[in-house]
Design a protein. Structure first.
Length: 346
């Protein structure tokens, strides 16, 4: 009898040990596979194109991405991550487990970049924005923007290629190849220039590219969107009459000095095709990236007889418009006096 009790006691101990070990294994398995694993406050983790597996694993540890690198490495091996990791921009959240994180890396389940751009003056600015938001660097993008053959592929030239990029918000994967990103913008440009916009451009006897160039000048002149159609109408009047556009923003662009606040006679002498005080018609390309509002302002311009304008002397950002030189000279004097009063010399 005593012997049976000893056997039962021993069996209970064994069962308890098995249970404890089982629970421990289950707990470790849960922690390794299913428990929340992310330790960093970073919002995304990036895997570069052709980045070696060892480099990714090391960065996950060095950057403190997960709470327990040993657990992560174990699950990564169990899920055969080494043979299937994909580049991309992966969303991190505090409730993300190793299993889900590794599943995302294996499946390439990344989150697209909501790339929004507007108010960009130069190709260099756009290339910088692209390089900041995507895997390729700004130099790579700038080389593409300056590539004559690429511009011609899409129906542009090196000067007006910048007008192909319509400011908006685009969902694009971080590791998309630069050439594919440019191609995406080309498709969006084609969608933007629908039959209605093309018909309005044709009615102006302009190509979409020419509309965009004029729109860039309108945008350069206008601080207020509601004044853009009025300004557009003025420049269209000048073009129809064969007059010089005499647009100050083009002079600033031609001088490559964007600190100029007061355009002076010395600025007007520069021999540059973008100087519309010397060269008739539209300049070779946009002086900045035109906005949708400025493009539509040209296509839907206000019809009037104004051919002169001058900034208002209240510095509201609006303009006084005039039909005659005499009217314009009165407005110009008021503005020049206001500049002098504020000691704005250049």
């Amino acid at each position: 009898m005593a012997e049976n009790r000893k056997k039962n006691s021993a069996l209970k101990v064994i069962l308890i040990i098995i249970l404890v070990v089982g629970l421990a294994v289950a707990w470790i398995g849960y922690q390794a596979f299913m428990a929340p694993s992310i330790a960093t406050s970073e919002e995304y983790f990036y895997v570069h194109t052709d980045e070696p597996y060892e480099s990714v694993i090391k960065r996950i540890e060095d950057e403190g991405i997960v709470k327990n690198p040993s657990y992560f490495n174990y699950v990564a091996k169990a899920m055969d991550l080494q043979t299937g990791i994909k580049p991309g921009r992966y969303k991190l959240s505090k409730d993300l487990s190793n299993r889900r994180f590794i599943g995302n890396l294996r499946g390439g389940y990344q989150e697209a970049v909501p790339f929004r751009f507007q108010n960009l003056r130069l190709k260099e600015n756009f290339a910088g924005a692209l390089g900041k938001n995507f895997e390729a660097d700004s130099t790579t993008f700038l080389n593409l923007l300056n590539n004559e053959a690429l511009a011609e592929k899409y129906g542009f030239n090196k000067d007006n290629f910048f007008s192909m990029f319509i400011p908006n918000t685009y969902e694009i994967y971080w590791n998309t190849k630069p050439e594919e990103i440019i191609d995406r913008f080309s498709k969006e440009y084609a969608k933007f220039w629908n039959a209605d916009r093309k018909a309005k451009a044709a009615a102006l006897n302009m190509t979409p590219e020419e509309v965009s160039v004029l729109a860039s000048i309108v945008k350069g002149e206008a601080l207020h969107v509601d004044e853009m159609p009025e300004i557009a109408g003025l420049y269209i009047n000048r073009l129809k009459r064969g007059m010089l556009l005499q647009a100050d923003p083009t002079v600033i662009f031609a001088n490559n000095d964007f600190t100029i606040r007061r355009v002076l006679n010395r600025h007007l002498t520069i021999d540059n095709p973008y100087n519309t005080y010397r060269y008739k018609g539209l300049p070779p390309g946009p002086i900045m990236m035109p906005s949708i509002a400025s493009i539509d302002a040209v296509l839907n311009y206000n019809q009037h007889e104004y051919i002169y304008m001058c900034a208002k002397d209240d510095f509201s950002g609006y303009h006084n418009f005039a039909k005659t030189v005499a009217e314009h000279q009165v407005n110009a004097r008021k503005f020049q006096q206001a500049l002098d009063a504020r000691n704005i010399k250049k």
